[in-house]
Design a protein. Structure first.
Length: 249
């Protein structure tokens, strides 16, 4: 059985318990498949990135229509009104149907786009510029473990949503994202839009998006820009993350 999210987001947890850590979020319009049911909890796998986690059964909404061919990834924050006049804030990276005169139907339900905020990117720019411009639109967004929205990101959720907005699908976690793309040997050979991965000898624990002029944008505490070299991220006083590799997507 498949479900769909028609709220701002649904939290995914590591265990079937509200006190368990949030490991990710399923955004408005994203779909998932139920794998297992335990009491008031559902183990689900997301359609977009095949990520697995637990959601509350109260969050379940059965999918009535297939959106896979017509879904449009939002490049801006939208405020929607539904048939019951409820207001829903939809973060960039969510999925809607192509609107006509500001209206669309999703899962047999009508929505109006009441207004939208700043678009994330200029279509006249190169793909690498679009990625880095999109990323910088989120500057100041707070850190949230498991977060994938402008209301809160973790490091890999931030990278995944920035690339999703620009039509590129990446895995959910940094430890999986590092297995994509072409390896770049040194920072000096990196281009804007490349991904830098950080950690120790055995684990990848952090990821960010490289900018020009030896800078990186990443989510640690909040989305911010700091200095990058072949050692790692330098915050002006010390190295906070140690570089493992750079990948070009």
């Amino acid at each position: 059985m498949k479900g769909i999210v028609l709220t701002t987001q649904v939290p995914m947890r590591s265990e079937p318990d509200h006190k368990s850590e949030m490991i990710s979020q399923i955004l408005f319009g994203e779909t998932y498949t139920i794998i297992e049911k335990i009491d008031n909890w559902l183990l689900v796998k997301t359609t977009f990135d095949s990520y697995t986690g637990w959601i509350s059964r109260s969050s379940f909404l059965e999918i009535a229509t297939d959106t896979s061919e017509t879904a449009l990834v939002t490049k801006e924050l939208l405020v929607l009104g539904d048939e019951q006049n409820d207001i829903i804030t939809v973060s960039a990276g969510s999925e809607i149907m192509t609107p006509t005169n500001g209206k669309f139907n999703l899962n047999n339900k009508a929505f109006n786009i009441l207004f939208s905020l700043d678009k994330y990117g200029d279509n006249n720019n190169s793909p690498k510029q679009l990625v880095t411009e999109t990323a910088q639109k989120f500057l100041g967004a707070p850190y949230l473990w498991g977060g994938r929205t402008c209301m809160g990101f973790d490091c890999s959720g931030f990278v995944q949503i920035v690339f999703k907005i620009n039509g590129i699908a990446l895995p959910r976690d940094a430890s999986a994202q590092v297995n994509t793309g072409q390896t770049i040997n040194i920072v000096e050979e990196a281009h804007q839009g490349d991904l830098a991965f950080f950690g120790d000898e055995t684990n990848i624990s952090h990821v960010g998006i490289i900018l020009n002029n030896n800078k990186i944008i990443h989510c640690s505490g909040k989305v911010k820009i700091e200095s990058l070299d072949n050692t790692g991220i330098f915050n002006g006083e010390k190295y906070t993350h140690f570089l493992r590799t750079v990948k070009r997507i």
